[in-house]
Design a protein around this ligand. Structure first.
Ligand code: HEM
Length: 417
């Protein structure tokens, strides 16, 4: 059994809203301490330049409590924001679309959007995932080394989400840069001010408006066309709704799966036994390995809710209006739920991780697509570059929200293209 990691910090010294905390190497240990000693703990708020400092939040770290919050959407709502900071309502909707909404609006929007994810559309995308993954691996094969994140892990989700939406390939690079800014806020390499974030959001929004308008006039065979023409109760997506959903979809589609693939490759390098088993019998472990990669990576570190009436969680009283943050990263290492949680175990079953959320109305819309992308990418890597391995330390994104790797070198025996 891998021992629970330890920290020198006392529970009072763990300050989740300090930027410095997110540079610490003992994060898992700090979350383990919170989970055992104070499973629902109060924290001061982050200070974001340009936004007022909020009232603080409750950090929920046990799997069971995260499950409870996620599955009680009347008591724990999303409409006041699903990220830590308090943004004006217009901004919430602008950036977050349905992730920052509650029923009945959320339900209506999700029904509309589901029409873009019909079995026919998903089947088409599945074929595309295979083609694209092959092309990505083939392109690096003769080189013998590359940046795993940019050249391999990030390339696949970017191309797929852009293709699904019907975005011309000449624009893929710009979409990648803009989503990096939106979800990289806080890391000085991407964006440090609210103005930079807004500018990136507006550019994506404008892009979506033009794309959507074009497909409204002349439908093609992509999700944008399906979404622009879909109706629920005689209503269609407004231009504003489509623009915001587009921002959510390209950001969510780009910035999560790539980190799962990157952390997955790192874990497979660090756990050679697991890797050997998977490579020896890919199909046998495919489903469980992909779930374990997402538990291990936990690409989305947290989401927030707001309490609607006084209640309690693990004995901690909560008041209406309090902010509650579900730390998926802590829940996914909870020993009450996962045996030997610090072991990367591709045979883990059951594996009720909360990497895609802990259930309830907002459960990840792209979970099946992400599973497919991760599985196909590793299948192609093992087939074409069977000795690929991470060869240097990962350069981590500074973020309390996205468990991101910005760059990470890898090597392999070169192959002819
Ligand atoms: C490994 C990859 C991914 C991870 C870890 C992930 C994680 C998450 C999480 C934690 C949530 C919030 C769930 C909740 O609050 O209950 C979420 C929601 C969402 N995800 Fe993903 N996601 C991934 C891939 C994707 C992809 C590829 C897409 C797009 C095609 C996508 C689209 C969305 C959307 C639209 C929502 C909002 C759903 C709603 O509010 O109803 N995700 N995802």
């Amino acid at each position: 059994m891998i021992p629970t990691p330890q920290t020198d910090l006392s529970v009072d010294q763990i300050k989740l809203a300090d930027v410095e905390f997110w540079t610490r190497p003992d994060r898992d240990a700090c979350f383990a301490k919170l989970r055992t000693e104070r499973p629902v703990s109060f924290h001061e708020e982050f200070e974001y330049p340009g936004l007022p400092k909020g009232p603080g939040f409750w950090a929920v770290t046990r799997w069971e409590d995260v499950w409870t919050v996620s599955r009680n959407p009347d008591l724990f709502i999303s409409g006041k924001g699903s990220n830590l900071s308090d943004m004006p309502l217009e901004l919430l909707e602008f950036f977050g679309s349905m992730i920052n909404m509650d029923a009945p609006r959320h339900t209506k929007l999700r029904l509309l959007v589901n029409k873009g994810f019909t079995p026919r559309m998903v089947a088409r995308v599945e074929e595309m995932v295979r083609e694209r993954a092959r092309a990505i691996v083939d392109a690096v094969a003769p080189r013998g080394e590359c940046d795993f994140v940019t050249d391999i892990a990030a390339a696949l989700p970017l191309q797929i989400i852009c293709e699904m939406m019907g975005i011309p390939s000449s624009d893929h690079r710009r979409i990648f840069e803009l989503t990096n800014i939106i979800l990289g806020v806080g890391d000085p390499e991407y964006a440090s001010t609210i103005e930079e974030l807004m500018a990136a959001g507006l550019e994506l929004f404008q892009f979506a408006q033009d794309l959507g308008q074009g497909r409204l006039e002349r439908a093609t065979d992509d999700i944008t066309s399906a979404l622009m023409h879909a109706e629920v109760d005689g209503e269609r997506l407004s231009a504003q709704e489509f623009g915001s959903f587009f921002i959510l979809l390209v950001a969510a589609g780009n910035e999560t799966t790539r980190n799962a693939i990157s952390h997955g490759m790192k874990a497979l390098t660090d756990w050679p036994e697991a890797r050997r088993s998977w490579q020896a019998d890919f199909e046998r472990y495919k489903a469980t390995a992909v779930e374990e990669i997402v538990r291990w990576a936990t690409p989305v570190i947290h989401f927030r809710r707001t309490v609607t009436r006084d209640t309690e969680l693990s004995g901690q009283p909560l008041k209406a209006g309090d902010k509650v943050v579900m730390w998926y990263t802590a829940a996914n290492r909870d020993p009450e739920k996962f045996a030997d949680p610090y072991r990367f175990d591709i045979t883990r079953e059951p594996n009720e991780h909360v990497g895609y959320g802990a259930g309830g109305p907002h459960f990840c819309l792209g979970a099946n697509l992400a599973r497919r992308e991760i599985a196909v990418m590793f299948e192609e890597l093992f087939r074409r570059l069977p000795d690929i391995a991470i060869s240097g330390p990962p350069d981590m994104l500074l973020s309390a929200f996205i468990h991101g790797i910005k760059r990470m070198p890898c090597t392999f025996t070169p192959r002819a293209a």
